[in-house]
Ligand binder design. Structure first.
Ligand SMILES: NC(=O)c1ccc[n+]([C@@H]2O[C@H](COP(=O)([O-])OP(=O)(O)OC[C@H]3O[C@@H](n4cnc5c(N)ncnc54)[C@H](OP(=O)(O)O)[C@@H]3O)[C@@H](O)[C@H]2O)c1
Length: 303
């Protein structure tokens, strides 16, 4: 794919986070894949990781999703080393609510101290005075499907950090509509980041409701995450359109709802270019009908 053929101002159109001046292209970039295997430790090729970040921003991406627990710390340090001082329009969205064990495990931790430490870790490693958006990552059932766990206590901590000026905006991740309503009674929520893709569509009604409210819906695992999407229908549509299955999966998400923002993750420049080029793909009515018939394939592991 040739990036120079892109209209760099397009990248899937743009979206303004509600109640903010933060406007991002709908095609963004998820930085989780930049750490080493298991999202732990340094990447095998640091220069290649930096090159992916450069290429993303040079191509017009102005929304990067990250967390200080990717690495841990390493992904944010890569973003800082590659991109600081940041372009004025770059929005970096991070998340808190977990930490990593020495054995690479993901440990849910919404204790006030961990949330405060996490915000300060993000500030230090990204080298910013305030974080554009912080998602509170709920754990649900073993970190996978959302449950109705109470978010009031951790949200209170984030609201205080916002009052202190360290956090500009708050989002939620891995949550249900009920949890959103409870959170909205406490503070403005600008985005929701949940597991959703062509073959995993449990949030269909939720997405439509968020669209009505003008809240961004940011699917994690848009390409299937640790279990890449596999579907004969997807393959057939991709062949018909002379595109790759991953491009079709991303183009489908862009068509699904106007409030969907994409953050596909990759450690490869070739895949990055391919993913960005998905914004140029037109899906015919027939292609959309076929894609809508795709059903759940196999479960992914959340992270
Ligand atoms: N809120 C949460 O709980 C949560 C959970 C998980 C992720 N996230 C965020 O969501 C972002 C996206 O999720 P993700 O990275 O886990 O999963 P993803 O975007 O669904 O898929 C990433 C996987 O797909 C591969 N890939 C990417 N582009 C490809 C292409 N064009 N062709 C073939 N393979 C391709 C990547 O490998 P290569 O590196 O080889 O390209 C990687 O293995 C993350 O970066 C992270 O910021 C949030």
């Amino acid at each position: 794919m040739d990036l120079t053929s892109h209209d760099e101002t397009k990248l899937g159109g743009s979206f303004t986070l509600p109640g903010t001046l933060l406007t991002v292209h709908r095609m963004g970039y998820g930085a989780m894949q930049l750490a080493g295997p298991g999202v732990f430790g340094p990447p095998k090729d640091r220069d290649a990781a930096v090159a992916v970040l450069w290429e993303a921003v040079a191509s017009g991406v102005n929304h990067i999703d990250t967390s200080d627990f990717y690495g841990p710390h390493i992904t944010n340090q890569l973003i800082r080393d590659a991109l600081h001082p940041y372009p004025d329009d770059l929005v970096i969205v991070t998340k808190v609510g977990a930490r990593r064990g020495a054995d690479k495990s993901w440990i849910h931790d919404v204790s006030p101290q961990n949330l405060i430490n996490s915000v300060h870790d993000n500030l230090r490693n990204l080298e910013v005075e305030a974080l554009d958006v912080v998602n509170l990552r709920a754990w649900g059932n073993n970190g996978q499907a959302p449950s109705e766990e109470a978010l009031a206590d951790p949200l209170t901590v984030l609201i205080e950090l916002k009052r202190q000026g360290l956090v500009r905006n708050i989002g939620l991740s891995n949550i249900t509509p009920k949890q959103l309503t409870e959170a909205q009674a406490m503070t403005e929520i600008v985005c929701v980041q949940n597991f959703y893709n062509l073959a995993h569509r449990g949030d269909d009604d939720f997405i439509d409701d968020l669209a009505r409210q003008g809240i961004a819906y940011v699917p994690f695992f848009p390409l299937g995450g640790f279990s890449p999407l596999q579907s004969s229908v997807l393959d057939a549509v991709a062949a018909m359109l002379q595109a790759t299955p991953m491009q079709v999966a991303l183009a489908w998400l862009l068509r699904r709802a106007p409030n969907i923002l994409l953050i596909p993750g990759t450690s490869s420049i070739a895949h990055l270019r391919e993913n960005l080029a998905a914004t140029e793909l037109n899906l015919s009515k027939d292609a959309l009908q076929q894609l809508d018939s795709v059903t759940e394939t196999k479960p992914s592991n959340a992270a």
